[in-house]
Design a protein around this ligand. Structure first.
Ligand code: 6PG
Length: 476
């Protein structure tokens, strides 16, 4: 046995992660179900470090130092269960099996519980950063037992991105906590992209070309919106059709967003726990509407409204307002996502450190952004119920809300759809309102279904005899 760590699955993410490990000085065992793929990785990259390729799974396991550290980079779902079924009989108590795929956290909880009985540590781990991140330093969100982190943490920390010497990798909590945090990361990613799309649509509605919008995003990327997604937005908008039609690439890409499902999981899970993640929900629904051609054709043919042109007198003022709206909406999405993590931590008994979550998202992952430094500092300094109450955040929301409201008003008047911006503002106004419309909801529920209500001035549950003499009775 000579390998420090082994990787199962030599598709792009797996091979890039293995190469990253080798670049950092680890001796890396490699295995792929189709041996030719392993041979190809060796032919292309075998000279980049110490690799121990195996064509058979038992040879792969035998090549690992104990306790064995095995990282699976295979398709989430049935593929992962199949690999677990093959590799687990070859492992021993104390060995560590990492699932680095985008697994659903409930699957991870189930698998971890099943393996715990055998003494094998199952470490569901979120890894973000795409192909380049896997190779050069992703953000890594491991769950599993605290004990397992002692063995696998140093490897994962070394291959992760770093900010000021701090790794973008930290233990997130037991069993499915790592995959949960990654799931919410992706939900926030969806919201972030929806807001960027709305900002772009508004700039276009105000008469900017894609090239001009690209410059605007590039400018924003030098301020407090500085983030990977803003940076690559500027790049995509500046790109011409590679086929040489002379058109902007973004104008020839079909306007129907795809998704693999992690955003949907984020919303489903929030619904189950009763946490409001409206911005992430809007982003998932916006992708669904974009991909419903029959609905859109019917709507385009049947529905009247303004022509999506915004006449701006003060162009720079409008651009600055859109910038503010984007920042405010983004903060709400982060706040909602972090609230979902905080709630899940209570529900599942995870010791999630919110400052750590923000800290490991600062680099390597798709949502990396300057804002995350501030979020980290705020969570480190204060015990926050919501990110929105953090001193620096609420101050900036207070200052920027005028712009946020103006942008939504202009968009609404012009017929430019901004479901993300509007839902973020709706949430902001909801959580700061002393009374919502829920009292009336309770009244209605009591009238039609005797569902009872509570009172502001008394304890207990009450019911009005709506079809009787109109008096109130105790429902306890
Ligand atoms: C990451 C990404 C990655 C993947 C998304 C895309 O963190 O590296 O989030 O996991 O690109 O799952 O998701 P959709 O295909 O659903 O947009």
């Amino acid at each position: 046995a000579q390998a420090d760590v082994g990787v199962i699955g030599m598709a792009v993410m797996g091979s890039n992660l293995a190469r990253n490990m080798a670049h950092k000085g680890f001796r890396v065992a490699l295995y792929n179900r189709t041996a030719a793929r392993t041979d190809q990785v060796m032919a292309d990259h075998g000279d980049e470090g110490v690799f121990l390729p195996s064509h058979e799974l038992d040879d792969f396991v035998a090549s690992l130092e104990r306790p064995r550290r095995v990282v699976m980079m295979v398709k989430a779902g049935a593929g992962t269960d199949a690999v677990i079924g093959e590799v687990v009989p070859l492992l021993e108590p104390g060995d560590i099996l990492v699932d680095g795929g985008n697994s659903f956290f409930k699957d991870t909880r189930r698998r971890e519980a099943a393996l715990r009985e055998t003494g094998i540590h199952y470490v569901g781990t979120g890894i973000s950063g795409g192909e380049v991140g896997a190779l050069e330093g992703p953000s890594i969100m491991p769950g599993g037992s605290k004990e397992s982190y002692k063995a696998i943490g140093p490897v994962l920390e070394k291959i992760s991105a770093h900010v000021d010497g701090e790794p973008c990798c930290a233990w997130m909590g037991t069993d499915g906590a790592g995959h949960f945090v990654k799931m919410v990361h992706n939900g926030i990613e969806y919201a972030d992209m929806q807001f960027i799309g709305e900002a772009h649509a508004l700039l276009r509605a105000a008469g900017l070309s894609n090239a001009e919008a690209s410059e605007v995003f590039a400018g924003w990327n030098t301020g407090d919106l500085d983030s990977y997604l803003i940076e690559i937005t500027s790049r995509v908008l500046a790109t011409k059709d590679p086929r040489g039609t002379g058109q902007d690439l973004v104008d020839v890409i079909a306007d129907a967003a795809g998704m693999k499902g992690t955003g949907t999981w984020t919303v489903q899970t929030a619904l189950e726990m009763g946490v409001g993640v409206s911005t992430i929900g809007e982003a998932v629904f916006a992708r669904a509407v974009s991909s419903a051609p029959a609905l859109r054709a019917a709507g385009q043919a049947a529905l009247q409204g303004p022509d999506r042109q915004i006449a701006v007198e003060d162009r720079q003022g409008f651009i600055d307002d859109v910038r503010s709206a984007l920042w405010c909406a983004k903060v709400v999405a982060y706040s909602q996502g972090l609230d979902e993590i905080r709630t899940a931590a209570q529900e599942y008994g995870w010791e999630v450190d919110m400052a750590k979550v923000a800290s490991i998202w600062r680099d390597g992952c798709i949502i990396r952004a300057r804002l995350l430094q501030r979020i980290r500092d705020e969570y480190a300094a204060h015990d926050l119920t919501t990110l929105l109450e953090a001193p620096s955040v609420r101050a900036e929301l207070g200052e920027s809300q005028g712009a946020w409201r103006r942008v939504i008003a202009r968009a609404t008047e012009a017929g430019v759809p901004v479901p993300g911006f509007a839902s973020a503002l709706g949430y902001y106004d909801q959580v700061r309102a002393p009374r919502l419309n829920a009292a009336l909801t309770q009244g209605l529920r009591d009238l039609f279904g005797a569902h009872t209500y509570k009172r502001v001035d008394d304890e207990g549950s009450w019911h009005t005899l709506w079809s009787g003499d109109g008096s109130e009775i105790s429902a306890d």
